[in-house]
Design a protein around this ligand. Structure first.
Ligand code: EPU
Length: 421
């Protein structure tokens, strides 16, 4: 088990290159199942979630090679079982995104139900209702969902809840359905737009991605592609907060500025300077941060995946901030650990009231989920003395070598192998 040790209090200066987006790469890996051709993905981040997805694809019969450039050959799929087993789905819920492609191309699949996770119940009812609308027959048994359909048929479907994964699953299924599908109340996240772009490159006919309704004219076959994954807006946002709270001056090379408007607006409200430069986004931290109020919303609202990191920024501000989480019901797992480091945070339901500035002092803390872990790293950067973060495998799901990249801009941060659990 690895641990990360930080000696806080350094000003951050320099450049960090933003890598490919995890949440764009994962569904695009699944999209490779829609074609008998070869899918070549470039700028793929080296993350444990990407590896888990490659393992799942290999189990389904794909030949997967490379990592930064990932090549997926799906010609062999269909000879063996079309199943996403519990062992993989329980480590990564995004595994359920193979459902739409498998059903559309092979007419059947069996996927373990994901169950709850650290940040909330996270049901997949909307994925299933959408696929059912396209003609899937669904059976739940022994903790698995079994889906069957001779050929999916285009239909109109309105999501009750805005769901990123649900939208991606149903749009991939509709891409190979017979006839036209109209989807309403869809997710507008950049990662949904990126998937639509990739599917259209493969030969799909998807219109309206990025708006709240999509129209998908089904086609008979999709072909292989070569595609570079877009830069990660949440990774960029996390480093933006690091620069802002450390009085830093950091250029985030390739930061996807167009996908970061809500985050930039809040950082500027807090007093940080965000300057768009030809090579990326420069963030300069102020002497004193101002408090901010944030409500998480589906895109283009403020992303839930930045809530934990912004909470650290709020703890560093002079005054009271209020953060309201509306997407997941249990996404304040970082709060008790931030409080142990010295933050003043009170949670009431889905609202956190934060009084700053915190006098953080380093201690040993435990990572609980991906973004919660990122918030502990951020707090460690401003804490007095030594902060030790355990269970960093959560971080490795979504941030590639975060310690090396923060060290590059002046942070005193190191990873040690073989820490206690
Ligand atoms: N929901 C339902 N029914 C469904 C699907 C979702 O009620 O059938 C609810 C969820 O319980 C949740 C809300 O809808 O309350 C939104 O969930 P969504 O389906 O949009 O989330 P997701 O697709 O499972 C992706 C990201 C998450 C990110 C959310 C929200 C990937 C692989 N994961 O999850 O990323 O928080 O969208 O933007 O794309 C992360 O990277 O740390 C992460 C958790």
């Amino acid at each position: 088990m690895d641990k990360i040790v930080i000696h806080g209090g350094q000003r951050l200066r320099g450049e960090i290159r933003i890598l490919g987006a995890k949440n764009a790469a994962l569904p695009i890996q699944c999209a490779a199942l829609l074609t008998a051709g070869t899918t070549t993905l470039r700028h793929v981040p080296r993350l444990s979630d990407v590896k888990t997805m490659s393992e799942l694809l290999a189990g389904l019969g794909c030949v997967v090679t490379g990592d930064r450039t990932l090549v997926i050959d799906a010609a062999g799929v269909g000879a063996g079982p079309l199943e996403a087993p519990y062992e993989l789905v329980k480590t990564m819920r995004a595994s359920v995104t193979v459902m739409g492609p498998l059903l559309a191309r092979y007419g059947r699949c069996r996927v373990s139900l994901p169950g709850g996770c650290a940040i909330g119940a996270r049901p997949i009812d909307q994925h299933l209702r959408g696929l059912e609308a396209l003609g899937a027959k669904i059976k739940l048994a022994h903790g698995y969902v079994e889906l069957k359909a001779k050929r999916l048929r285009g239909a109109s479907f309105t999501f009750d809840v805005i769901t990123v994964g649900g939208t991606q699953n149903v749009m991939m299924a509709a891409a190979l359905a017979k006839g036209t599908t109209r989807l309403e109340n869809v997710a507008r996240e950049p990662e949904v737009q990126e998937l639509a772009l990739v599917l259209n490159k493969m030969g799909a006919k998807i219109h309206g991605a990025g708006t709240s309704a999509m129209e998908i004219e089904g086609v008979d076959v999709l072909h292989g592609i070569d595609h570079a994954i877009l830069p990660d807006r949440i990774e960029a946002g996390t480093f933006m907060v690091a620069a802002a709270i450390c009085g830093g001056d950091v250029l985030l090379e390739h930061a996807p500025v167009d996908h970061l408007h809500a985050v930039i607006a809040k950082l500027e409200e807090a007093g940080a300077r965000c300057i768009v430069e030809p090579r990326g986004l420069r963030v300069q931290g102020p002497e004193a941060l101002r408090p901010i109020d944030i409500v998480t919303r589906a895109h283009p609202g403020f992303p839930t995946d930045m809530q934990a990191q912004m909470m650290v920024l709020a703890t560093c501000a002079h005054g009271q901030s209020i953060l309201t989480e509306t997407i997941f019901e249990n996404r304040f797992m970082h709060v008790p650990e931030l409080v142990r480091l010295g933050a003043d945070i009170h949670v009431n339901g889905n609202v956190a009231i934060i009084k700053g500035p915190a006098k953080y002092s380093g201690t040993t803390v435990m990572a609980t989920d991906l973004r919660a872990s990122a918030s502990l790293v951020l707090a460690g950067l401003v804490a007095e003395g030594k902060t030790e973060i355990r269970r960093v495998y959560h971080l490795d799901r979504g941030y590639e070598t975060i310690e090396k990249r923060l060290r590059q801009v002046g942070a005193k941060i190191r990873r040690f192998h073989g820490a206690p659990n």
